[in-house]
Design a protein around this ligand. Structure first.
Ligand SMILES: C[S@@+](CC[C@H](N)C(=O)[O-])C[C@H]1O[C@@H](n2cnc3c(N)ncnc32)[C@H](O)[C@@H]1O
Ligand code: SF4
Length: 367
């Protein structure tokens, strides 16, 4: 079988250096190629989470075929990161393991997110044998009641059992896959996050990531989920940190206060349009997965990878205008509300980008 072909190592390193220069300068046109691709393997989902941007997206229910996956990936030879996360549930795509095999021996980090509802024993074995190096398990509550209200359609006890099986089989297989729980903190579940740490411990998960609620008022003008007061959030994060140390769980916690370039220079801490691309399973390009529907960009639609070559889109007039506005005090409306831009959700709070080269890079570009 044909495999995904990467650019040779030296040009890839030079491309990374050019990427950093563009991120630092916040230039509108870029001399580098995308080094991260976030691609949705499917827009179908078996749950109905109330805070998910999927509820406001069009084009639901599609699944990426191997042929289309190859057509997309072959246009991205410069990748360091491949994130298979979007608005759908990847395990619903029957071709998922063919896709994973196509990019399987590439020199990059492959990450996937799942709600863990469909992970039976045989699925767990296939996943552990696949090219997924980082597996994100979404888990948004510490009690059955809250979990089932935020992950509508999931069975709390079943998911706990699935994750416990995954972690047991991972230990037995001595798999090096990095597995972590991710919780988006809202006023509904904030008090339960410490309890979730105990659950993680019980399931054998040793990394927990706590993110802010990223619901964007541009698409959810009437979002009525209670907000967490900053004091309470800070106290909870501090408690989680302590619990993590006690239980031997590594924690990644987003700060509720802005920092990075947004705080020091009043401009964007979001690096997405200089670093990588989001591609829906229909081939539409947006700057990031927060904008999971190109319609939310209004007249600045960037293009579709099945119709226009990626490189043309990447330096096209719409992308350049999007970058120019993001670097100014007049970003598109969606970005003006976004916590990535404000430096309240940044990659040092994520296991996939947590190593010393990436930490140094973030210092240099101030994100
Ligand atoms: C949209 S889901 C898609 C992948 C998969 N179905 C899953 O549940 O992991 C990807 C991640 O986004 C998170 N998410 C959804 N809505 C969110 C929000 N408003 N704020 C922060 N994270 C959110 C989910 O909890 C999940 O971890
Ligand atoms: S500011 Fe937010 S919405 Fe805008 S590109 Fe960055 S991550 Fe996406």
């Amino acid at each position: 079988m044909d495999r995904y072909r990467q650019a040779p190592t030296t040009p890839r390193i030079l491309n990374k250096i050019r990427t950093l220069a563009n991120m630092k300068r916040l230039s509108s046109s870029v001399s580098s190629h995308p080094i991260l691709l976030q691609l949705d393997p499917t827009s179908a989902c078996n749950l109905g989470c109330p805070m998910c941007r999927r509820n406001k997206s069009s084009n639901l229910g599609n699944k990426l075929s191997l042929e289309d996956y190859r057509r997309i990936l072959d246009q991205f030879p410069w990748l360091d990161f491949l994130l298979l996360i979007g608005i759908g549930e990847p395990l619903l795509n029957e071709s998922l393991f063919d896709l994973l095999e196509y990019t399987g021996d590439a020199d990059m980090r492959t990450m996937m997110a799942t709600n863990a509802t469909l992970m039976d024993e045989s699925m767990v074995e296939r996943l552990l044998g696949s090219s997924v190096g980082y597996l994100q398990l979404s888990f948004d509550g510490g009690t059955k009641e809250t979990y089932e209200a935020t992950k509508k359609g999931a069975d709390f006890d079943q998911v706990i059992e699935n994750i416990t099986i995954l972690m047991r089989k991972k230990r037995e297989a001595r798999s090096r896959m990095t597995v972590f729980l991710v919780t988006a903190v809202t006023g509904l579940n904030c008090r339960e996050v410490p309890r979730l740490m105990s659950l993680a411990n019980q399931m054998g998960v040793d990394i927990v990531v706590v993110t802010p609620d990223l619901c964007n008022p541009t698409i959810y003008p009437d979002y009525d989920c209670p907000k967490v007061p900053e004091e309470e959030l800070l106290a909870t994060l501090s408690e989680i940190r302590k619990l993590g140390k006690k239980m031997g769980i590594t924690t990644y916690l987003s700060s509720p206060k802005p920092y990075g370039r947004f705080q020091t220079q009043g401009t964007t801490s979001c690096y997405w349009p200089w670093y990588g691309m989001y591609v829906t399973c229909e081939g539409d390009v947006t700057p990031c997965s927060e904008i999971s529907d190109p319609k939310w960009l209004g007249p600045l639609a960037l293009g579709n990878v099945f119709e226009t070559p990626v490189e043309e889109i990447w330096n096209g007039s719409a992308y350049q205008e999007f970058r120019r506005r993001l670097a100014s005090n007049d970003p598109v409306e969606f970005c003006s509300h976004c916590l990535w831009r404000k430096g309240m959700f940044v990659p040092q709070e994520h296991p996939v980008a947590d190593d010393w080269p990436n930490r140094i890079i973030r210092r240099i570009v101030q994100i």
